[in-house]
Each structure stands twice: as structure tokens, then as C-alpha cells.
Write a new protein. Sequence first.
Length: 503
Amino acid sequence: MLIALLSLCAFSTLLVVYYRLYLHPLAKYPGPVFARLTDWYNVYHCFKGDRHIDFVRLHNRYGKIVRYGPNRLSINSVGALRPIYSATANTKKANFYEAMQFYMDIPSTHCTVEKEQHARKRRILSQAFSDKMLQAYQPLFLKTLTKYLGRYEKNAGEDSWSGAYDMNHEFSLFVFDAMGGFCFGKPFGALDDPKKADIVPPTFEGFQGLNVVGHMHGIALLHLDSLQPRLKKAIEDYKKYSAELAHECIARSSDQKESACVFDVLLEGYRQKGTDAPSIKELESESSLLVLAGSDSTANSLSNVIFNLLNNPHTLERLQAELRTKFTNLDQICIGPALGDCEYLNACIDESMRVTPVIGGLTQRATLAGGIEIDGEHVPAKTDVGVPHHAIFRNEEYFADPWTYEPMRWMVSENSKEAIRTARAAFWPLGMGLTECIGKKWALIEIKLTIARMVYKYDLKLVVPDNEKDLTPIERLHRREEEATDRFTVGSKGPNVRFRLAK
Ligand code: HEM
């Protein structure tokens, strides 16, 4: 009996193997054999946290279209962006996003897969991101930024350099506080007491766990995630924390708030109880989204800009010259035409988001009935498809010398219109279409104000570890990328930086 059972299992496994390798609708696409057979390939790389570099490796080896899971295609082509992500694309968010259902009572805007439900949630949330609201958030943001930049005055004089600071850690504390003000009307207090940000690191580990479960729901269904109690607990703690934030914000009277905030807009809908009104569970869920969506991505983007500028000192010099010529004091640097006109600043930020993207693997979409056409290829329905940021942003077809940090590639005064048009078409660091980053404008404002004020106020010096002294800037960039962890967003370490007050 046992032998018969084992034989049956072996036979069924062989059938599945044969089907996936030779008969499956995606069988013609290349990819690692292990990945074409099973999603354990993805689970392994999510655990390892190296998907950001794995997609680059896969495309270098297998070309434009790679089958990276039995039913998954990664496409490194500008021709794939619109068919997969545009507002009219015949796709929806893949069931990867439903992983949250195992841990949260109700999905947030980001995790809602059905298009109509997603549109309803997004409609409510987007009211908090109008230009008028962004202006209203600025004073508290600038107050937090001034306090943050004051940290480096302590031991930095005009002639003396401060001690070394790990900028990833520093920006995490700052952005966590800025996010508290922006989303909930009150900074979280991490700049005064770093313990207040203790929830953040385990939460990101929890997110790495969600990345795993997203690729294989069976792991949660069979409670295999209990084998990683730390990850599971991190998600539970985070859920509790964000629900508390929502309830605190509901209970807080307006005079206890320092500023208008995103959550006010959600609360107004909740209190008015209109047709679109969010429920209390939705408020808790959106609260969990807000804390995370804007903090890790923004903190890592900031530390990447500083890394790229200091790793290529001529770019830092040119940026300092632009800012110190245009502005005569720090307070002039705020939202407005003067900041918008800083061509080199804008180029430095775009170029950093290109050469060191913070979205790791790829954002997955599922093709709907009828499938989609990409560059003349028919991709059948119910296929998971996506374009990996790290691979397309280093694709030589769209970016000359792709591993070089070269802000001038984005400047009309320095590059041909044709080259800029080609690069722009392949550049989408904040997503696109109906699911494009809702905080896009605010994220760019935060990054611009922070970098501009920091570079205006201080001279900055990179602390290069002994074992990196002989590396070229490109080799250092590769090293940074190898040491980073992809947990949906890519978390890097450092750089370590010294500060000196500018003369
Ligand atoms: C540089 C910083 C940021 C980057 C690179 C970034 C990038 C992205 C990307 C690529 C997406 C689409 C994700 C997907 O399709 O799965 C997204 C979605 C989202 N982002 Fe951001 N983001 C940043 C900052 C922010 C900020 C400051 C907020 C504000 C709180 C925010 C809120 C959101 C929300 C709510 C969504 C979900 C939108 C939806 O599903 O409709 N992000 N972001």
C-alpha cells in the first residue's frame, strides 16, 4: 500500500515537472530550471533578501523576458510598462498583495486587489494629497527638518568636522518623525528618543516575511510562518501599533494637533458617514499603510542621494554651488518656484532614484481574460507579470553608461532631447497608472527640501572603510547594493558621513 502511494506521488510529481517544463503556456520563456518548476525559487530569494540583484542577474543571463516562477514573467522592456501598469491595462494587482489578508482584518488601499474597491479607497485617500494640503503640511515638516539638521551642529564647527553618522539610521529617525507629523499631525518623537522608532526595524523584517507569503500563500495557510515566530510577531506588533495610532488620532482634539495631517481627511469622511465613508477597521488598516509606505522608501531614497553625491564628489560640489548661489539663507529653501528651478538638484535626485532604486524585486500584476500584448508577444490571461526597477533602470538601451551616477543625463542643457525622452520613458521610480504612488508629490518635496537644506548648511565628507579605499565609485555602488536587503523596498546601510558647517 505504502509503495503504491509513494509511486503515485512520484508519478504525479513527474507529470507536474513535465507539464511545467514542456507543456505550460509559458514553457517557451527562459529562466532557471528551479524557478520554472516551483515558486520555492522566489521564497528562497525573498528570505535571502537579494531579489533586487537577482532580477539584474536573471536578465543579464536570459535576456529581455525571464520566467522567474512557474506562472511568472519578468520583462525588462519599456514596451511592457503601459500594457502592464497603465490605467487602461488589462491587468490587476496580483494575488501577491493578498498576503496581508492572513495578518490584517481588512486590506489597505495598497493591498486591495479588486479594481473597484481599490478605486474607492484611493479616491478617499487621494484628497489628502492635493497641492493645497501639501502646502498646509510644510510648516510642521520644516520645523522637524530644522530640528533634525541641528543634530550635527553640536560637534561640527566651520573649521572642524563632526564625528561620523550612519545616514541610513539618521534618516530613518528623521523620516519617522516627519511621517508622524504628516500623517498623524504629531511627530513620533524619535529624534529626541530613538527608542520611539524601535517598532521600525522588526516591522521591516515582518515585511520581508510578507514578501515570502505573497509568493506562496500555502506558507501561511499551513501555518509554516510559525517557524519564523520573529517575523510573525513583528507583523502582530505592527498591527497593534498602527491601530493605536489611528485611535489616538480619533481621540485627539484639533488643538492637540500641531498641523493638518493626512489622517484628518480620512477622519472627516468617517465622521460624516457619507457613502464613501471608511469604517473604523479601514482607518486602522490605512494607518498601517501610511506609517510604512512613506517612511522606509523615503529614508532609503535620502540616504541613497547622499551616498551618490559623496561617492561622486564632483556632483556634490556642483550641487553646493547651485544652492549657495541661488539662496542667501536657509529659510529661503521651501516649496516654490526657486526650489523648482534648481535644475541640478532635481537631476541629482532623479539620477539617484534611477541608479539606486528603492523598490526591490518587481510590483506584480495579473493579466485578465484575453491576456495582453507586449512588444508583439501575447502573454496569456492569469499570468503574473512585472517590470523590475533595478534591471530596467540599468538597461543600456535606455541609459548610456547605466552604472555611472550622472545627473547631467536628465538636463536639457547637457544632454540631447532624444536621449532624455528615451530615459524618461523607462523611468518610473514611483510606479504608474491607477496604483502609482499616492504620496509621490510629497515624497519628492521631502527629499528636495531635506537634501537642499542639508547641502546648503553643511559640507559633507564620506567616511570610506579601509577595505573600500581602493574601489572605484561604480565598485562602491555594487558593494552597497550587495550589502542591501530587499524586503519589497530595499534597505541599505550607511553611508557614514561627517559634517562641517559651511562657511
Ligand atoms: C521616495 C519615496 C517613495 C517611493 C520610491 C514610493 C514608491 C511607491 C511605488 C512604486 C508604489 C506602487 C507600489 C505597488 O504597485 O505595489 C507606491 C505606492 C504607494 N505609496 Fe509610495 N513611495 C514613496 C513615498 C511615499 C510617501 C511619502 C507616501 C505617503 C504616505 C506614500 C504612499 C503610498 C501609498 C498609499 C501607495 C499605495 C497606492 C495604491 O495602491 O493605490 N509613498 N509607492
